[in-house]
Design a protein around this ligand. Structure first.
Ligand code: NCD
Ligand code: ZN
Ligand code: ZN
Length: 349
């Protein structure tokens, strides 16, 4: 039995670090393990322009622990007013790594997202020309579509037509939750890839209601049936380079999760690598963990792999337990905790 493994330092290809006190409290937990992360732009108000992006990058740099070599990879939030000139300039200067598409109303802070894709044609063309990837929250917002079907319907109604229209555009289907998502990405790999979260590899929709309603397991896209979780585990551990780690770590204050209308998002950053090591161990695929966490993402984004390594080790669940994180504003954030406990953790060295 392997008890300790060394892998190239991983990256997080989908991360929410928010702003202000929340940024200060949560960013160091990612920066201590990951080399780089794609920073999601769904602030209130969102990161819409190159000027917003530069300001946000400065605030992130200021929140990093002294001496940290963590690199934030910045994104813009696509709106119907996005300026194609910002895309070209950001791509040229290297400040812009990707652009995020939120269908308006699909998820947390997505109200400024896109209602009509025809209104962003010039932006998508500029992205295709400059080879800037489009990252998509892949759910339709049609209220008549059942919430558990929204990813599969999005692929059919939105993603597939979009990819046909812009065949050279690189696209990442973010945080996939279904066998349809995994299957579609696998059969269109090349300019299409997908991120997978630690929690979607560990929980199914029944877990959200195990013993009562569990608001801290609620995120979007919502976890699906067990057969989908198993399909995601097969995809992640397959070795296929179209699948890579994006934690979608999405911190919210406990009081906003535990409420009448609790918001969507699971805060998994502090345990993300422990979770994926555990999943790969359970699937007897620890030899493929480095591909998923550290190699496939940089290959898709055309970046080098990180040059140092981290160690992961088997531990008792008690030793790997994580307490709530508290911000300077005295807001608590609950860390994702699989019911069965965690048997892996990142080693100090
Ligand atoms: C994310 C958030 O809280 O910003 N929430 C979530 O449930 N995943 C938004 C997102 O990634 O869709
Ligand atoms: Zn999303
Ligand atoms: Zn997200």
């Amino acid at each position: 039995m392997t008890d300790r493994i060394e892998i190239r330092r991983p990256d997080d290809w989908h991360l929410h670090v928010r702003d202000g006190a929340m940024l200060k409290a949560t960013l160091p937990l990612s920066a201590g393990v990951f080399g780089r992360a794609i920073i999601m732009p769904n602030l209130k108000p969102p990161v819409r322009t190159l000027a917003d992006l530069r300001d946000y990058r400065k605030r992130i740099a200021a929140a990093l622990p002294a001496g940290s070599s963590f690199r934030p990879l910045m994104t813009l939030y696509l709106t119907e007013d996005t300026d194609a000139g910002d895309i070209r300039a950001g791509a040229l200067s290297g400040e812009l790594t990707a652009v995020k598409l939120y269908p308006a109303g699909a998820t947390t802070n997505s109200d400024s997202g896109v209602r009509d894709l025809e209104r962003v044609e010039n932006v998508l063309e500029a992205m295709q020309d400059a080879d800037v990837p489009l990252l998509v929250h892949g759910e339709v917002t049609d209220p008549d579509v059942d919430i558990f079907d929204r990813e599969a319907v999005f692929i059919e109604r939105v993603l597939d037509p979009l990819r046909r229209r812009y065949p050279a555009l690189r696209v990442v289907l973010e945080h996939i939750t279904t066998s349809e998502g995994a299957g579609y990405v696998m059969s269109n790999a090349g300019r299409l890839a997908a991120t997978i979260t630690p929690h979607h590899l560990m929980i199914n929709r029944t877990d959200i209601f195990r013993g009562g309603i569990r608001p801290h397991l609620y995120c979007l896209p919502v976890a699906k049936r067990e057969k989908h979780r198993l399909a995601l585990r097969r995809a992640a551990t397959s070795g296929a380079d179209c699948f890579f780690l994006g934690t979608d770590s999405a911190p919210h204050p406990v009081h906003e999760k535990e409420s009448d209308c609790g918001c969507a998002g699971v805060f998994c950053a502090p345990v993300a690598m422990a979770c994926v090591a555990q999943v790969f161990d359970e699937e007897d695929a620890l030899d493929r963990l480095e591909g998923f966490a550290s190699r496939h993402g940089p290959a898709f984004y055309g970046l080098p792999v990180n040059d140092d390594t981290i160690w992961l080790e088997r531990k008792s669940p008690e030793e790997s337990a994580f307490r709530d994180v508290e911000t300077e504003a005295k807001e608590r954030v609950r860390v994702f905790r699989p019911d069965a406990g965690l048997h892996w953790s990142v080693a100090d060295r």
